[in-house]
Design a binder for this molecule. Structure first.
Ligand code: 6PG
Length: 260
């Protein structure tokens, strides 16, 4: 397995389809392991365009197929971030995941733990902090990377990034922030909880991400400016699933993984 500086695992796939197939396999492996060991699987998911095909794929896994069967009744879904809009708004990360995936599988309704974007953002963050603490963190966190280096809704130089050590000390897992660059309130998990996960996977595709991918993976540490660099799991595994276009500027050529 190729490892980048810092010990991250970098996997390069020919295209978004191959990346998606590999992410689905990782989801199933992690789910099986967590359910066998602890009776449940806690996954935190992101919004954006890149993971949508993964969610669609998970929706169409057929039961009884040994390679893709997931005990959906044991799965709990949380969100890594949310836009402060009602759940039926087209910008809602909850809505995207529900339509692409969740409404097509037998996940019990009370296992779908959405961030309430429609209420006061600070109240929504506070209630989610309590809800997530009741589950003691995540087995798998799926993240994306923005062209400005953001991940989840951890934006460059935002308090959630700059005050990350304080959040670890205070055990603060969820924050609400107004993000000027997108002109809206966002709710986000903090590095304090993401870094406690057993497995963290970045899904990144497309040439427009290539320069930022290189900077985050191979550049000098500057996590205040590049929030994705603040994601360093304490004991868990960190992986980058990239398509060839997003990996195009990385030093040396990493072998492209064979198609699924
Ligand atoms: C969000 C996301 C965000 C996303 C990146 C990458 O709600 O906007 O959770 O962090 O993952 O912006 O988005 P794309 O996959 O669309 O490039």
């Amino acid at each position: 397995m190729p490892a980048a500086a810092g010990g991250d695992h970098v996997h390069v796939f020919a295209d978004l389809d191959a990346l998606t197939a590999a992410a689905a396999r990782r989801f199933v492996e992690d789910a099986r392991e967590a359910i066998a060991a602890r009776g449940r699987f806690i996954v935190c998911i992101s919004g954006g365009d890149t993971p949508r095909p993964l969610y669609e794929r998970l929706a169409h896994f057929s039961h009884g197929d040994a390679t893709s069967d997931v005990a959906w009744s044991r799965v709990h879904v949380f969100w890594a971030d949310e836009r402060c809009v009602p759940p039926d708004d087209e910008r809602s990360n909850y809505r995207m995941a529900r339509e692409a995936w969740l409404e097509h599988v037998a996940i019990p309704a009370d296992h779908v733990h959405r961030l309430r974007g429609e209420i006061d953002p600070r109240a929504a963050a506070a209630e989610y902090d309590i809800e997530l603490h009741a589950f003691a963190g995540a087995d798998l966190v799926l993240l994306g990377l923005g062209e400005d280096g953001h991940t989840a809704s951890l934006f460059p130089h935002s308090p959630a990034v700059v005050e990350r050590r304080e959040d670890v000390a205070r055990d603060r897992w969820v924050r609400a922030e107004h993000v000027a660059s997108v002109a809206m309130w966002r709710l986000t998990l903090t590095p304090a909880v993401i870094n406690r996960a057993r497995d963290v996977v970045f899904l990144v595709a497309g040439a427009r991400k290539a320069a930022r991918v290189k900077e985050v993976i191979e550049g000098p540490p500057a996590p205040d400016a590049l929030p994705a660099q603040a994601i360093r799991p304490d004991d868990g595994r960190l992986s980058w699933f990239l398509d060839e276009a997003a990996a195009g500027l990385l030093r040396g050529r990493r072998p492209t993984n064979p198609p699924a």
